[in-house]
Ligand binder design. Structure first.
Ligand code: SF4
Length: 534
């Protein structure tokens, strides 16, 4: 694929199938299973559908249901076919309804989906998301199911129309695919080799987000540290961080995920020297045992891993470091597991996403000997969870008394209505629930508030006023964008920008790492901190 192809926006033509016989726009709903990549892909699916003329079902029964699947999790199949089974009965009574299945599982299972669920109208893969509207149209016109799976990327996904889910925070893909071959991972088989976007395109997309009112971006790639491999610049990622840090108005830059093998000191320097890059790092450990890391084909060892953390903390003492760990990989002995516990104890992760290994068909590890019995995996998992939860709690308690500026979030505090608190993310991405003393200005999602942390739980912090003084609120362009979006959703026209064009807005809310979508899309997270499966 030429860089020219990467840069050119993909135009989605209005589709005749987007309106019914009476001329009314058909409605859609996108259901997302999976990681941030999938959530961001769903923003592109909704953008493509809207460009074609479909409108969000907004919680009503949709005319078109799109399921964006995930193949990483063990019960992804069950979840998909459970959803499809239910949708079959809905489709029987909903005339003209269409069902489309896309994403990783579709890429992997291809025609199996149509064999198992012949009432599905469209199956598409990870490489041709922009084809969804035309496939829906063809299925309707021909009266038969359409299956289109490509082996390589047709269009770089970021060139597709995107319906952003948050006014204050956006995700920006810097690469797709992965050149590594971790033996437990299905991603290389489904997403293909790494494709990098040019830095200019990435920066232009960030600038466009900021122009629309976002003040936070999260750069996304399966392995952000190898960014630049395609155009031959091994320092491309640190340069990109520094360049993004120059964009006026962009207050917070995050990224996920780095790979310990490729993580170089120029990235640590760029993080420490670029004020907008937040002191937060997600560094997947996977195992503390060098033998298991070798068997996972992860080319770093525990000493190197801990060395990275040491150097990050030397330059950013308050950095919150999170990780992923797999328990019970084939061949893992009690001694290997003890190594994981040792590294976890030393690493002091703020958050650990822990997973029980289970077979993923199609991965090299699936056919390895010495698969670990489920009850052994479960018992180790519980011991690990106890340790990681204790450390998370201790690390959170260490933050009590610290003054932090929070980016006020929308929809992240599930109990806010009961506790009369609001919620926001600290620079290190910790979730903080804060109270709003009487007489305070009420901050909008996207505004900043400065609070002092007064309490800690393993997975969140509390900041309650101790003196009743009004909340310290800093109004931001993201708060303004929120106001515009609210006004628009109430039917008030959106003010024009300097060029006279209406400002782009999107529906609400998605502070990293929340996975909840609103509007025409819903998300079922693939994992949470207390999830037991991968
Ligand atoms: S680096 Fe990440 S995406 Fe790539 S193969 Fe390994 S686990 Fe999968």
């Amino acid at each position: 694929m030429s860089s020219e192809t990467l840069a050119r926006p993909t135009l989605i033509a209005p589709s005749s199938a987007a309106v019914d016989a009476s001329g009314k726009a058909r409605t859609y709903e996108v259901r997302t299973f999976g990681c941030q990549m999938n959530v961001h892909d769903s923003e592109r699916l909704t953008g493509s559908l809207e460009a074609a003329g479909y409108v969000s079902a907004d919680g009503e029964e949709a005319d078109v249901v799109v399921i964006n699947t995930c193949a990483v999790r063990e019960n992804a199949d069950n979840k998909l076919y459970g959803n499809l089974g239910y949708l079959a009965s809905v489709k029987r009574r909903h005339e003209g309804m269409q069902i489309a299945v896309g994403g990783c599982l579709a890429q992997k299972d291809k025609n199996v989906i149509l064999e198992k669920a012949p009432w599905v109208d469209v199956v598409f893969g990870t490489h041709n998301m922009g084809s969804l509207p035309s496939l829906l149209e063809r299925a309707r016109h021909n009266g038969e199911a359409q299956l289109e799976i490509l082996d390589s990327l047709e269009t770089f996904p970021s060139t597709l129309p995107t319906k952003r889910d948050s006014s204050y925070s956006g995700w920006v893909s810097i690469s797709v695919g992965c050149n590594n071959t971790c033996t437990f991972c299905i991603v290389p088989a489904l997403r293909g080799k790494e494709k990098d976007r040019r830095p200019g395109e990435v920066l232009a997309e960030i600038q466009a987000l900021v122009d629309d009112g976002a003040i936070e971006v999260t750069l996304l790639g399966q392995n952000v540290n190898s960014y630049g491999v395609e155009f031959g610049d091994r320092f491309a990622f640190s340069k990109l961080l520094r360049a993004a840090g120059q964009i006026p108005g962009l207050e917070r830059i995050r990224f996920t995920s780095p790979h310990p093998a490729a993580f170089t000191d120029d990235v640590i320097d760029a993080m420490a020297e670029t004020p907008a890059v937040m002191p937060q790092l997600h560094m997947p450990l996977q195992s503390g045992s060098d033998a298991i890391l070798k068997s996972m084909r992860r080319s770093y060892r525990s000493t190197k891993f801990l060395g990275i953390l040491e150097r990050v903390r030397a330059q950013m003492p308050h950095a919150a470091i999170s990780t992923d760990i797999i328990v019970g990989f084939p061949g893992e002995t009690e001694e290997d597991f003890q190594e994981t516990l040792r590294v976890v104890e030393e690493a002091r992760f703020a958050t650990a996403f822990t997973f029980q290994y289970s077979i993923r068909p199609g991965t090299p590890a699936a056919t390895m000997p010495d698969q670990i019995p489920k009850e052994v995996v479960q018992e180790r998992y519980e011991r690990l969870a106890e340790l990681t939860n204790r450390i998370s709690w201790e690390e959170n308690q260490a933050v009590i008394g610290r003054e932090v500026e929070l980016l006020v979030a929308n929809g992240e505090g599930r109990k806010d209505a009961d506790t009369h608190r609001m919620s926001g993310r600290a620079p290190d991405s910790r979730l903080v629930h804060f109270d709003v003393p009487a007489g305070s200005e009420i901050p909008r999602p996207g505004d900043m508030v400065t609070v002092v942390v007064t309490g800690a739980a393993p997975f969140h912090l509390i900041a309650d006023s101790t003196d009743g003084a009004p909340l310290r609120v800093r109004r931001t362009i993201a708060g303004e964008a929120w106001d515009r979006m609210q006004a628009e959703s109430c039917g008030v026209p959106t003010p024009a920008d300097a060029s006279g064009a209406p400002r782009a807005t999107g529906p609400v809310s998605l502070g990293f790492p929340s996975l909840r979508l609103q509007g025409g899309a819903t998300t079922i997270p693939i994992y949470t901190v207390d999830d037991s499966e991968r």
